[in-house]
Design a binder for this molecule. Structure first.
Ligand code: AMP
Ligand code: GLY
Length: 415
């Protein structure tokens, strides 16, 4: 039996564990926090940091490892595992720069498909900042930390930053702490996610997903890790034309080559593209070196090809066609009351026993005396799967509303 080490403890890794279970492999999990959903699916698990080499379990006997989150990639854990002779379904630290360094990503895009970039500046001084302000106008700017921030570091003028002073203070603060800040033109349009499996030579694309990042209905409020997502039975999205999709695929194919050229290392694993459809074409918002959360739930829950077969194809560099069911999926994130604010309700018990017709993905929850409790972050991804989006939506919401506890959710996912 294939023996797999799965690293990570969020709902995304719960979705990967479900796909591996369907593929009949033996899962051993390494989690920084015990995820009750994953714990149920694996043969053994260890709890410890996922970003420290010495804390990674003994790799003897594993056929391969899958790394779910981005932080271990940034810490070089994939390179470490590969150096121990165990293939890794995840890019090297150098190739993962496509997510972990926003400047690296913008530069790769500039070298491959420059039209997919907004106007941008990798600023290393206050002079650079002022020059960019003059060029595009402070009211049209987005300020991004260069490194990882869990999706919460991007600040947009008019939304998070309301004056030149505020924008400059944030940008200069980042310059002082990290020596660099990425400045971008503020784009307007609708976003979509295109994920792919990469064997280093080519990409196998997954169904498109629409992700809802804002905390409240009507896309209001602060950015969160995401409040929900949906995908359709034909794997497209109503506002993405076949031509748009082709453009997005071309950008990702070119990026795969661009990463190899710039990082000197072939990109293997999951390549995630987030795009915005704007009046001036399809633009890249960001790339991730992993599955999206919750997008992983949308695509893995309808994966027809064996996840084990896919992983073997990635390792061997000869990944074949990957198939998905023609089903719609809607994922609604149930989050603690107050999320994502400072007064978020923590350690509150949840009753999940009545939510029985949806797939429940455990995110940031823990188990105590047989009870599931919330932390301060997203709790449960509730996924409905059906022939139409409307039916999948109904299943997701019927079950989300049955979950008892001090929780809330957006009511307009996939509306
Ligand atoms: P990121 O962490 O790069 O995904 O950014 C978080 C969110 O900020 C994205 O999902 C977008 O909604 C928004 N965003 C990022 N970059 C831009 C941009 N250049 N223009 C407009 N919105 C952006
Ligand atoms: N859903 C966005 C992300 O995983 O980054």
């Amino acid at each position: 039996m294939t023996k797999v080490l799965l690293i990570g403890s969020s709902a995304r890794e719960h979705a990967i564990a479900m796909a591996l279970t369907r593929a009949d492999v033996e899962i051993h999990a390494h989690m920084d926090r015990k995820n009750p959903g994953i714990a149920k699916l694996c043969k053994t698990f260890t709890i410890g940091p996922t970003t420290v080499r010495k804390k990674i379990p003994d790799l003897f006997g594993f056929d391969y490892a899958i790394i779910g989150p981005e932080a271990p990639l940034d810490a070089g854990i994939s390179d470490f595992i590969t150096s121990q002779g165990v293939p890794c379904i995840a890019p090297s630290k150098a190739a993962a720069l496509i997510e972990t360094s926003k400047s690296f990503a913008r530069i790769v895009i500039d070298q491959t498909t420059p039209k997919a970039n907004p106007k941008f500046q990798v600023a290393r001084s206050v002079d650079d900042l002022r020059r960019f302000e003059k060029k595009i106008g402070v009211e049209n700017m987005v300020v991004k930390p260069n490194g990882l921030t869990g999706g919460k570091g991007v600040k947009i003028f008019g939304e998070h930053l309301n004056s030149r002073d505020e924008l400059e203070r944030y940008a200069i603060d980042l310059l002082h702490t990290t020596g660099v800040v990425v400045l971008e033109e503020k784009l307007q349009g609708t976003e979509f996610t295109l994920q792919s499996f990469s064997d280093g030579n080519h990409l196998e694309f997954m169904p498109l997903v629409r992700d809802y990042k804002r905390a409240f209905d009507g896309d209001k409020g602060p950015n969160t890790g995401s409040m929900g997502s949906y995908s359709t039975p034909d794997h497209g999205l109503p506002y993405v034309t076949p031509e748009d999709l082709e453009v997005a695929k071309t950008i990702m194919d070119a990026t795969l080559i661009g990463i190899k050229r710039k990082a000197g290392s072939a990109y293997k694993g999951i390549l995630y593209g987030q795009f915005m459809k704007t009046d001036s074409g399809i633009k890249v918002i960001e790339f991730n070196a992993r599955f999206g959360d919750p997008e992983a739930m949308n695509v893995l829950s309808i994966l027809s090809t064996s996840m084990d077969e896919i992983c073997q194809g990635i390792i061997d560099g000869n990944l074949g066609q990957v198939q998905f069911e023609n089903k719609a999926t809607v994922c609604v994130y149930v989050v603690p009351e107050g999320y994502p604010g400072p007064d978020v309700v923590k350690d509150s018990p949840l009753d999940l026993s009545v939510a029985t017709t949806a797939e429940l993905y455990h995110a940031s929850v823990y188990e105590k005396d047989g009870q599931i409790l919330t932390t301060g972050s997203r709790a449960i991804g509730v996924l409905g799967k059906a022939d139409t989006v409307a039916q999948a939506r109904e299943i997701a919401y019927a079950n989300a509303s049955r979950i008892k506890g001090k929780v809330r959710y957006r009511s307009d996912i996939a509306q």
